[in-house]
Write a protein that binds this ligand. Structure first.
Ligand SMILES: Nc1ncnc2c1ncn2[C@@H]1O[C@H](COP(=O)(O)OP(=O)(O)O)[C@@H](O)[C@H]1O
Ligand SMILES: [Mg+2]
Length: 412
């Protein structure tokens, strides 16, 4: 039977794995408050006061194979093999041990850093310098790996005994639903699926995003604010302000998805603080938020400007990059709603508003650029492109309309 880690056996495990010189003097702090649904996390203080984070994957797929930790381990090996990447401090690997059989991953714990999500939540303060540092860091990662075949091939490695036929395309809508939905989600939440299925333009926009998905660099794929750490003395530092952690979902992917995930994370702060009432229109609710969009806008703008300043070449590669970022942000919002339904079993009027807003981002990205960043797409890209590139070729609708049978909920 596979060992199930707990605060009682973790020190013994670390000792046997050679990560702890003696069982004396080491102690388990506590399970981390933010332990996710999929992993079990333990914080351990070693003799000498160094801290490590010990993680065990809770859900293992049907074949009993560890899945996500393998990606972080692969990423760690990539950085070791190619020091040019390993030297980018913001992504520097913290992994010290991987046990494939037991699905355990151990990382150095950075005591002097704090989680960005908690910082924003506690202070409701969104300094431009932090967002800009994130944009610059992400731009550096994408730029350094852009179109580099050797990194791509490395990331195509699959766990032993498995095959990786292609990289995961995250531009996917809500999958087909079956009768089991009635047992799995609360009745209120069925409305989400009903509404989602009513919007054909939404499905078409997602299908187009999937069609144009262009994997060309190493992507993190899970840039929620919980996976970004900020140095406690960030105000006095010029660099090393931030660290990107939790590389379990990383792969070869489309850079617009990473940036879109970040934009969605900022928008969520706003959208989760709306005043929602059946008598209030969407526009009015959006204006009445406890944390208004304007408070976040300068950070969202600093994020993309920092990114494009570091990696302007992406605009040559994809002239509609900014719009695609917005569309991915919409898609991520939809998936966040679904996550909330699955894990918290809740969906209310604020979820409906979030879905409506996500739909606007996906189906009207050009107008939405102005809403989200506070300035137009042209104003954003003009600093980084020459005038010839500024005139977009008109977007062609290169998708044939394909109708496919899908279970629809009554009401649509
Ligand atoms: N190396 C680290 N240094 C400091 N804090 C960390 C580190 N790794 C994780 N954390 C903290 O622990 C939380 C959970 O870790 P994470 O690897 O993201 O787990 P999960 O897979 O459960 O999301 C993070 O959101 C962060 O607050
Ligand atoms: Mg995480």
């Amino acid at each position: 039977m596979v060992l199930s880690l707990s605060s009682h056996n973790v020190i013994q495990y670390l000792y046997k794995a050679g990560l702890c010189s003696s069982e004396e003097g080491a102690n388990t702090d506590s399970e981390l408050p933010r332990t996710s649904q999929k992993n079990f996390n333990l914080l351990v203080t070693l003799p000498g006061n160094n801290k490590i984070l010990v993680k065990q994957e809770r859900f293992i797929d049907n074949d009993g194979e560890p899945q996500e930790f393998f990606n972080e381990w692969l990423f760690h090996q990539l950085l070791q093999q190619f020091p040019v990447l390993g030297n980018i401090s913001v992504i520097a690997s913290l992994v010290v041990h991987f046990d494939e059989e037991k699905s355990i991953l151990v990382r150095h714990y950075l005591k002097e850093y704090f989680e960005l999500a908690s910082f924003y939540q506690k202070n409701a303060y969104f300094p431009k310098a932090i967002a800009s540092a994130i944009g610059i860091s992400l731009g550096a990662l994408h730029r350094a790996t852009f179109n580099r075949r050797e990194y791509r091939d490395f990331m195509a490695t699959a766990p032993q005994g498995q095959f990786r036929y292609q990289f995961y395309n995250p531009a996917q809508g809500i999958g087909s639903i079956g009768p089991e939905i009635f047992g799995n989600v609360p009745t209120d939440a069925l409305k989400f699926y009903v509404l989602y299925q009513c919007y054909e333009s939404l499905e078409a926009a997602i299908a187009e995003l999937a069609y144009e998905w262009n994997p060309c660099c190493l992507t993190h794929n899970d840039l929620r604010l919980e996976n970004i750490l900020v140095h406690s003395r960030w105000e006095r530092l010029d660099n090393c302000l931030v660290k990107l952690i939790d590389w379990e979902a990383c792969s070869w992917g489309d850079p617009a998805f990473d940036l879109g995930t970040l934009v969605a994370s900022y928008l969520t702060i706003w959208l989760e603080n709306l005043v929602v009432d059946s008598t209030i229109e969407l526009e009015e609710s959006l204006l009445l938020a406890a944390i208004p969009l304007e408070h976040l806008q300068h950070s969202i703008l600093a994020l993309i400007l920092g990114y494009l300043d570091t990696f302007p070449r992406i605009l040559e590669h994809c002239c509609e990059f900014v719009q695609r970022v917005i569309q991915f942000a919409g898609l991520v919002l939809i998936h966040r709603i679904q996550e909330k339904i699955n894990f918290e079993k809740s969906f209310d009027n604020s979820g409906i508003l979030m879905l409506d807003f996500a739909k606007v981002l996906l189906t009207r990205p050009q107008e939405s650029v102005l809403t989200v960043f506070g300035i137009s797409e042209l104003e954003i890209v003009k600093f980084f492109t020459n005038s010839a590139q500024l005139s977009h070729p008109k977007r062609e609708n290169n998708l044939l309309r394909i109708y496919y049978e899908k279970t629809r909920l009554r009401g649509c």
